[in-house]
Design a protein around this ligand. Structure first.
Ligand code: NAP
Length: 305
């Protein structure tokens, strides 16, 4: 069976590809798709079929997906504007003869109206109506965002501004999301299933600010904000309001419309989802945020920040 992975040059897709090879999948059975297949040279050298495909270009996707059966469809980064891109990908997969799409979605209770989630629920509905087999990996928020963006920014400024109130979320590491995706791609029986990939504990941003302070040794004042004040903070950092492909500003790879809407959704309790799906899929316990941040403590040191 030929397996397709989209977004294959990024950390998510490339690690799943390598994980499948490590599990004994022949590289020749992988079709790896990227906007820039030159970034996939290391997989081409191992015998993988690397192809150009852009979710903004339907025809490129039909050609890129041809001959593949099961596909890991990694959602793009244009939060709030992904519906046309994902429509192209699902329609092209169908035209190319793909039979099963495993889709990286996002957690959220029914009725959750976060900007990030609306694109994902649209895509889930599209897949349900497509006639293809589908599997949804509803990943929780990545703990990596605390290590790479929010944590270092707070260590550098000495304060953590948040509009999340008393809301909680069971953050998960991207490493664990990748392990779950690899397990689903490597094994059978996942058709029609929705998995909530979460960490093992519900945690607040205040808890994380305290943890980052403890690990870095830097006092961090936690400041509760309104949505408008949070926008003003991101504006002052130069973070764009709407999504810009592949743009990272001070470690933040997401636009402020996304992040402000995201924090409001935590405040409303709509991301307060916890599940043992990760353990059931992988046989391992998901990593606690505190263990993850301790493992990368040096990234939170005042000199690194
Ligand atoms: N759960 C969370 O907290 C969280 C955090 C960040 C992001 N996300 C979301 O989860 C998904 C994966 O994010 P990630 O950071 O883990 O993954 P990632 O490895 O950065 O993958 C994203 C991939 O999207 C592909 N892509 C972007 N625009 C594309 C286009 N026009 N056509 C085709 N492919 C395109 C890129 O592939 P190429 O460059 O190879 O074309 C890139 O590798 C994204 O939807 C992202 O918004 C979730």
């Amino acid at each position: 069976m030929k397996t397709i992975i989209t977004g294959a040059s990024g950390p998510f897709g490339s690690t799943v590809a390598q994980g499948l090879i490590d599990r004994g999948v022949s590289a020749a059975d992988l079709i790896l798709v990227s906007r820039d297949p030159r970034k996939l040279a290391k997989f081409a050298e191992q015998g993988a079929d690397v192809r150009a495909g852009d979710f903004d270009d339907y025809e490129s996707l039909v050609a890129a997906f041809s001959g593949g059966e099961k596909m890991l469809m990694i959602s793009t980064n244009r939060v709030g504007q992904r519906e046309p891109q994902h429509t192209n990908a699902v329609n092209a997969a169908k035209a190319a003869g793909v039979s099963h799409i495993v889709y990286t979605s996002f957690i959220g209770k029914d009725g959750c109206n976060s900007l990030a989630v609306s694109d994902h629920r649209f895509t889930e509905d599209l897949l349900k109506k497509s006639g293809l087999d589908w599997t949804f990996l509803r990943n929780s928020q990545y703990a990596e965002a605390m290590r790479d963006a929010a944590g270092p920014a707070a260590v550098a400024s000495g304060h953590w501004m948040s509009s999340t109130g008393d809301g909680k979320i069971a953050m998960v590491t991207r490493e664990n999301c990748i392990e779950a995706a690899t397990a689903v791609m490597a094994t059978d029986g996942h058709e029609g299933k929705t998995y909530n990939i979460t960490g093992p504990e519900r945690i607040s941003f205040r808890d994380i600010a305290n943890l980052v302070s403890e690990l870095s040794g830097k006092p961090i004042e936690y400041i509760e904000t309104t949505d408008e004040e949070l926008y003003a903070m991101f504006d002052s950092m130069g973070v764009p309001r709407s999504a810009q492909d592949d743009l990272v500003v001070n470690g933040f790879g997401w636009c402020s419309d996304d992040m402000v809407s995201f924090e409001a959704t935590i405040r409303a309790g709509d991301f307060d989802v916890i599940s043992d799906d990760f353990e059931n899929l992988t046989g391992k316990k998901p990593e606690r945020v505190s263990d993850f941040l301790s493992r990368y403590r040096e990234k939170l040191s005042p000199t690194a920040a």
